[in-house]
Design a binder for this molecule. Structure first.
Ligand code: FMN
Length: 199
């Protein structure tokens, strides 16, 4: 099959082919102090000097900005919490659309720890955290679904000693999650599994 991404909806193909995608589980804080938490799989690390991560909160179907984008624009800070197998249900639950003044943290039964270099807290239950300051925000349009690249520099890292072997991250212990196409996810310790988006 040959496909021109401009003549059909390329989303299921792009998200089915570019797999597995790491999942940034992003905490951010609103100007009123509400802690937001949401998963983003349009995400990766792009360098180590400076240590750069990028994720894309795409515009909502009505063309407005997601809470995470509003918060990082206002505060210039965010934290990427590690998405791991034992937290798969909680990661998915935090994709639920809540009003801007409501936090996903209690909804998912999670607790917070303070950041060291940023004012944004991190998810205590996650085994690793990247504290980030925004370097650049690049919008690609104002239409529904338009990507907006949030480029952040990692200014502090935390990782549980229990996830290390010889002082380095051990994939057997960390058990990170990946996002596949459709309702499929991948658990690096047991392969594919399915989770539908929360309604
Ligand atoms: C695993 C997973 C990955 C997701 N990745 C993205 C993404 O890369 N970009 C995006 O705009 N939405 C993504 N979403 C949807 C957002 O998490 C969802 O729209 C959420 O409500 C945004 O929350 P916020 O408005 O609090 O930022 C993803 C959802 C899940 C479950």
């Amino acid at each position: 099959m040959e496909l021109d991404p401009r003549t059909l909806d390329p989303y299921p193909f792009l998200t089915g082919i570019v797999t597995p995608r790491p999942i940034a589980w992003v905490t951010s804080v609103s100007p009123a102090g509400v802690v937001n938490l949401a998963p983003y799989s349009f995400f990766n690390v792009f360098g180590d000097n400076p240590a750069l991560v990028v994720f894309s909160p795409n515009l909502k179907p009505d063309g407005t900005k997601k809470d995470t984008l509003l918060n990082v624009e206002a505060s210039g800070e965010f934290v990427v919490n590690a998405s791991v197998a034992r937290l798969a249900a909680a990661v998915n639950l935090t994709a639920k659309v809540l009003p801007h003044d409501e936090s996903e943290v209690p909804l998912a039964g999670l607790t917070l720890l303070p950041g060291v270099r940023v004012k944004v807290p991190r998810v205590a239950e996650a085994p690793a955290h990247l504290e980030c300051v925004v370097r650049e925000i690049k919008p690609y349009g104002t239409h529904p679904g338009a990507p907006t690249l949030v480029i952040g520099e990692v200014v502090w890292m935390h990782i549980d000693d229990a996830a290390l072997t010889n002082g380095l991250p051990d994939p057997h212990k960390l058990q990170t999650l990946g996002r596949m196409g459709g309702t499929f996810w991948c658990d690096t310790s047991r392969g594919l599994f399915e989770q539908a988006r929360p309604t």
